[in-house]
Structure formats: structure tokens, C-alpha cells
Design a protein around this ligand. Structure first.
Ligand SMILES: Nc1ncnc2c1ncn2[C@@H]1O[C@H](COP(=O)(O)OP(=O)(O)O)[C@@H](O)[C@H]1O
Ligand SMILES: [Mg+2]
Length: 420
């Protein structure tokens, strides 16, 4: 399940993070930038007029518990300022930040410290490991700060190092590790304190492309098990799509679009967002439901071969989807298979030697469905969340989208415009 849309808008629970009308203006006369006369004025002009930098401009969003929320934008768009405001490393100029419904901006110093120690953890691009401490001592650092006794904190750190694939390197020094491994230590350090919220500021940007791709996949996998609330920052839409549920795209301190990868790739708000989406293959973000058709012909396992033959002949179908009592697709049979079942005097389709297809949920990406059509002559059964047969995706429909997407991507890609 790549989409986490279900987590939002279900009304009942308090969002893990709520940001309302958040502003951060760097500079002495910063507050002036909030005045009505500067509304709609480009950031660069405000900067010239007031000698201040509008790093965040009326930013609002909510993150549901367990959601991976991605903030994407070019360098200088305000991403780091945003996460730093959330943990009060930067004091916002105006606005509201609620964590689990609690107003972070009202916290006194002691509460801020407790909040940072217990509820949130941060992973940065530059790993920030303590050079003279071993890997395991680095991973255990957050627990040490919390006052957890040594044997317990080392046990917990070792368990987390194993999760991020660093077993056997516990007593290495950070400098002996590659960048990718150092970032794994950074991740383990953040996770050992079991924070409710994980803030990740371009954690993989400093890594080689191959390692970066691997880390993204691993994070997505780890997250499917941990279900932390994550705010993940990146300047790369490809990365945003791999790790995240919803994506907020920032430009010049503002969120200019917020939506699922599908929404963003399908209907970018403006040319700027469109530039970002150009290199992204639609097949990665469009769900199979987009090209799904009703199943051509369906029979129950209990039906008699004779009646199924009649239906198939009348509707002129050459194959039939067979479902069990739970409406799950248990096979696809050709006319010949049904006929031979009838010839064997069987009174149902229960023992038919039919093709056993692999069904896929309707929100599976088209890209993930592609391998399933190779070597098969039948459409792929598509199911709802309960595993019930919902429809079918034909080979031709899948190949059509892939061909179209390859054509779109063959268009020359211009670099995204630099922001001020
Ligand atoms: N301490 C600061 N003082 C003045 N300007 C700052 C400060 N920190 C960040 N900025 C400016 O705020 C804008 C947003 O920066 P940042 O949040 O770091 O962007 P990003 O993380 O998206 O690259 C940039 O123009 C940056 O130069
Ligand atoms: Mg940054």
C-alpha cells in the first residue's frame, strides 16, 4: 500500500502535526512583511524593500499520525526553516504549530527540551555523528541524554542498528564507514529513542545515487513496519514519490501545491510544478484502477460448466473469471477448459484446472503491475481492499499507458527554473 490517503480527513483523530499560517521572516523589520500591502508581492521585492528574507509565507498543513509527509522544493524555498520551526530551533514570526493538539509555540524552555528529547527526532543531511564515539554509542546517544542506563541503551541501540543493516559494525568509528552507512547510524540514532515524530531534512541528498535509491526503498520498508509520523524533506520529486504519501511543493517560502503523487503528476498547479513532474513516469504514480475495466465475464465456482458455457457462448467471451464464495478470483478459465470440465461430468467449477492469476489491489501502480502481464495471455484481476474481484486490467491498456508515458518522457526536459 503506497498511498496513505486513508490517514487524512477521517475527522475523528487529532492530526499529529498541525501548522497554521506559519511565517518566518529573517531580518530586523521582518514583521512588516506580514502587512497587507505586501500580500501577493514577490519575495525578492519584499527583500529589496525591507531588507529581510521571507523564508516561510503563510504555510498551513496537517500531518496525520503515521503519515509520511514530504516537503519538496528547490534550495532556498524554506524547507529547512519549516522543520526547524517545528522543533523550535527557529522561532517563527507568526502562526501556530500544534503537535498532538499541543501548542508548541507556548512551551517554556523546559517543555521545549522535553519535547525535543522525547517526542521528536531529527535526521540531517550531514550526519552529525560524534567522531570519537563508536557507532553503537552514537546510536545510543539519544537514550543517554534521556538518562537510560547503559546496558539497556546499548541493547536498544544494537537492535536498531540491526534494523538499519549495520550489525557487525557496532564498534567501528564513524569515519571508518561510508556515507550511506553513516546516514544509517544517524537514522538508528533517531529511531532508538522511539520518537512519535521523525523529521528528516534531505537525509539522503549527500549520498551517491545508487545508495540514495537503496536508502529510500529501505526507509519506505522500515516505515511500513514502524508507522511513525514523518516529515521528509527533499528537492527531488522522484525521492518524494518513493518515500511519501502526500507531497507539499514549496516555492519562495510558500506551499504552492499539496497533494498525492497522482494528483501532482496528473494536474500540476502551474508550470513550475509541471517542470518538476516532467521526468516522472506516470506509470509510477497512476494506480491500476485508472485503466481498470469491468471483468468481461464472471462465474461462481459453484456454477455448472454447462450454464457457464451457455453464458460464454451468448456473450461471445473466450475466457471467464471464476470467483469463490468471498468474491475472490480463484482462476481464469478458457472456453475449452470449461468444456472439458463439463465433459468430465463435473457439476461445478471447483476442481477445474484453470489458470491461477495473481490479483492486485486497485491502488497498485501501473508500473508494479507490468511484470504480471509478461508471459500471460489473460488480463490481471484487480481487487478492492477486501480482496474481492473489482475489475480487470488488460495487457493492451497497460502497454498503452507505458508507451504514452515513454513518449512524454522523450520530450526534451528543461531544467526547473531557479527560485530567487
Ligand atoms: N538565519 C538566517 N538568516 C537569514 N536568512 C536565512 C537564515 N536561514 C535561512 N535563511 C534564508 O531563508 C530562505 C530559506 O532557507 P532554507 O529554509 O534553508 O531553505 P531550503 O532548506 O529550502 O534550502 C533562504 O533564502 C535562506 O537564505
Ligand atoms: Mg535545507
Amino acid at each position: 500500500m503506497t498511498h496513505m490517503n486513508g490517514a487524512r480527513g477521517n475527522g475523528a483523530s487529532t492530526p499529529a502535526i498541525t501548522v497554521n499560517g506559519l511565517w518566518k521572516v529573517f531580518g530586523k523589520r521582518g514583521e512588516k512583511a506580514l502587512a497587507p500591502e505586501y500580500q501577493g508581492i514577490p519575495r525578492a521585492e519584499i527583500q529589496d524593500a525591507l531588507d529581510c528574507v521571507v523564508a516561510l509565507r503563510d504555510v498551513s498543513f496537517q500531518v496525520a499520525e503515521g503519515e509520511t509527509f514530504v516537503v519538496m522544493g528547490l534550495s532556498g524555498s524554506g524547507k529547512s526553516t519549516l522543520v526547524r520551526c517545528i522543533i523550535r530551533l527557529i522561532e517563527p514570526t507568526a502562526g501556530e504549530i500544534l503537535i498532538d493538539g499541543q501548542d508548541v509555540l507556548q512551551f517554556d524552555d523546559k517543555t521545549v527540551n522535553e519535547f525535543r528529547r522525547n517526542q521528536v527526532a531529527m535526521v540531517f543531511q550531514h550526519y552529525g555523528l560524534l567522531p570519537h564515539r563508536s557507532v553503537i554509542e552514537n546510536a545510543a546517544y539519544g537514550l543517554e541524554v534521556r538518562g537510560v542506563e547503559q546496558s539497556e541503551r546499548l541493547d536498544r541501540a544494537a537492535a536498531m542498528l540491526e534494523k538499519v543493516g549495520l550489525s557487525g559494525r557496532e564498534y567501528a568509528a564513524p569515519r571508518e564507514l561510508s556515507g550511506g552507512m553513516q546516514q544509517r547510524v544517524g537514522l538508528a540514532r533517531a529511531l532508538t529513542v522511539d520518537p512519535a515524530i521523525l523529521l528528516m531534512d534531505e537525509p539522503f541528498s549527500g549520498l551517491d545515487p545508487l545508495i540514495r535509491a537503496q536508502m529510500r526503498e529501505e526507509l519506505a520498508e522500515l516505515q511500513s513496519e514502524m508507522k511513525k509520523t514523518i516529515v521528509f524533506i527533499t528537492h527531488d520529486l522522484d525521492e518524494a514519490i518513493t518515500v511519501g504519501g502526500r507531497i507539499a511543493i514549496m516555492r519562495d517560502g510558500e506551499i504552492i501545491q499539496l497533494g498525492t503523487p497522482e494528483e501532482i503528476v496528473d494536474s500540476p498547479t502551474d508550470e513550475f510544478v509541471q517542470e518538476f513532474t516532467r521526468g516522472i513516469s506516470k506509470t509510477r504514480v497512476l494506480p491500476i484502477s485508472r485503466i481498470m475495466e469491468p471483468p468481461c465475464c464472471v462465474a461462481s465456482q459453484d456454477d455448472s460448466p454447462k450454464s457457464v458455457m451457455q453464458t460464454m457462448s451468448m456473450s461471445n467471451h473466450s475466457y471467464v473469471f471464476i470467483t469463490d464464495e468471498n468474491q475472490e478470483c480463484v482462476g481464469i478459465a478458457t472456453k475449452e477448459q470449461i468444456a472439458s470440465c463439463g465433459a468430465d461430468q463435473q457439476d461445478s467449477l471447483e476442481n477445474i484446472d484453470a489458470h491461477q492469476p495473481q490479483a492486485i489491489p486497485a491502488d497498485t501502480s501501473i508500473e508494479k503491475a507490468l511484470p504480471l502481464i509478461i508471459g500471460h495471455d489473460f488480463p490481471i484481476p484487480v481487487t478492492n481492499d477486501q480482496g474481492e474481484l473489482l475489475g480487470m486490467a488488460s495487457q493492451s491498456a497497460i502497454l498503452e499507458v507505458i508507451a504514452q508515458s515513454a513518449k512524454d518522457n522523450a520530450q526534451p526536459v528543461e531544467p526547473a527554473p531557479a527560485s530567487a
